[in-house]
Design a protein around this ligand. Structure first.
Ligand code: NAD
Length: 442
């Protein structure tokens, strides 16, 4: 399909920025990825993705080769004075200690962009793609851009908010086939320019709206999904105590189309770079405007308790050797941000245990947080001579472990299934002690 090619700057080359840049480039746009991390820039220009995402490497390599995408260190890019049509801000929006959103990266990216567009001849549109609480784009980003550029929004430059809904582990597929595209804009002209970037996604439903609504849609969606997970975790915790297998319950209720089976997997809780921080940021924003979001507060509370539900099942841990299978917050990603396994490791360390951990992709990241624990190259090595095993992420190679693997490797085969990957009924006579959240067995 022939599209009107646009020149696009993408600030931030992380999960969202790199996937956005690579997919726009693959659709024919000319993309300039800008980051402040020299290692990332070098890796990208060598045709390699600094993060693990299925198919990202291949598409990146192809587009580096064709010249559709190029990465720059921020200062180098701005000094080259390359004019583009549109910029996407994809920088982090982490939490402050109290759960409120930290807009430090957003403010500094807005300062950079304000200076960048100052002397630009063409009409440029700035798009916030990072997840930001309602009001950020018009009351934080906009004044910085105007102040720095000495230009006026709507006259000299445009402003949009275009939240991203990709999931890590299937980020490229999600970006290429989204269920919707939300186009928030300050005015029609900005919105139309943003829409031209998405020309190749013609068949995808669009929600054209204002900046604050676009910001709120993202929080409402993530909060709903997190609520679903905490809901089923609460049900699983009750099932556990009344002797009911929560799997049958979640399967049965999931058949009701009003509920649906998705996000009804119980276990050690949600993690990742989005749900934990986004729910907390919405709670904080809500409280700032005088409303107490009781439901969302409970969602967080249940989630923070879940890894401890698994821990309790191990009973006496003092001096034991513990195997942890799975470190990333979910399979098919190397991302460990807010992973339940972090909380588990911190708790285990209080019990004076020897920890042996395995993950097919996330060891490098976890080593930065816990250099002192033992990392193994295979699940069996991690199980060797251990007393307890915690299953924390449902990677394929972990799900495939059978009773024989645990019996042959572990000192005392006690498996605590934090993701309900094993079937407790089937395993009853195996000689391995299987326990797990929602198993309904004591
Ligand atoms: N990760 C996800 O699955 C996901 C999904 C949807 C939305 N989001 C949102 O997207 C935003 C980015 O998340 P992420 O996971 O991609 O973050 P990330 O930490 O993976 O990447 C952010 C990148 O921005 C770079 N950076 C920081 N300041 C910069 C600046 N001034 N100029 C250029 N680069 C800069 C960092 O070096 C880093 O490479 C967040 O608001 C997040 O909530 C993330």
């Amino acid at each position: 399909m022939m599209i009107e090619t646009m020149k696009i700057t993408v600030l931030g080359s992380g999960y969202v920025g790199l996937v956005t840049g690579v997919c726009f480039a693959d659709k024919g746009h000319e993309v300039f990825c800008v980051d402040i991390d020299p290692e990332k820039v070098k890796t990208i220009n060598n045709g390699k993705s600094p993060i693990y995402e299925p198919t990202l490497d291949e598409i990146l390599k192809k587009n580096i080769k064709s010249g559709n995408i190029k990465a720059f260190l921020a200062n180098d890019f701005y000094s080259k004075k390359i004019d583009t049509d549109i910029s996407f801000i994809c920088v982090p929006t982490p939490s402050n200690e109290n759960g409120s959103i930290n807009l430090g990266f957003i403010k500094s990216a807005s300062l950079d962009l304000g200076n960048y567009i100052k002397n630009m001849k063409r009409y440029h549109v700035v798009v916030v793609k990072s997840t930001v609480v309602p009001g950020t784009t018009d009351s934080v980003v906009l004044p910085i851009l105007e102040e720095q550029s000495k230009k006026k929004v709507g006259e000299d430059f445009g402003l949009c908010m275009n939240p991203e809904f990709l999931r890590e582990g299937s980020a490229v597929g999600d970006f290429l086939n989204p269920d919707k595209i939300v186009l928030g804009s300050i005015d029609k002209k900005s919105g139309n320019i943003l829409e031209r970037v998405y020309e190749p996604w013609k068949k995808i439903p669009r929600i054209k709206t204002n900046l604050r609504t676009a910001e709120m849609i993202k929080y409402a969606q993530n909060s709903f999904l997190a609520t679903k997970i905490s809901f089923i975790n609460e049900i699983a915790n009750i099932c556990q105590r009344v002797g009911v297998d929560a799997k049958d319950v979640s399967y049965a209720i999931g058949l009701d189309p009003r509920i649906s089976p998705r996000f009804l997997r119980f276990g050690v809780g949600y993690g990742g770079s989005c749900f934990p921080k986004d729910v907390k940021a919405l709670i904080s924003t809500s409280e700032q405007v005088g409303y107490t979001p009781s439901l969302l507060k409970s969602v967080v509370e249940v989630n923070e308790r879940q890894p401890l539900e698994a821990l309790k099942m191990a009973e006496n841990l003092k001096g034991k050797t513990v195997s942890i299978l799975g470190l990333s917050f979910k399979p098919d990603t190397d991302d460990i941000r807010e992973s339940p396994s972090i909380k588990l490791i911190e708790e285990l360390q209080k019990h004076d245990t020897v920890i042996k951990a395995y993950d097919p992709k996330a060891v490098k990241n976890m080593k930065k947080l816990f250099p002192e624990i033992i990392y193994t190259d295979s699940p069996l090595e991690s199980l060797k001579d251990s007393d307890v095993c915690f299953v924390m992420t449902e990677w394929k190679e972990i799900k495939e472990l059978g009773p024989r693997d645990f019996l042959n490797s572990m000192r005392t085969p006690l498996v605590i299934d934090g993701r309900r990957v094993f079937n407790p009924e089937e395993k009853k006579k195996s000689g391995v002690v299987y326990k797990g959240i929602g198993y309904g067995l004591s």
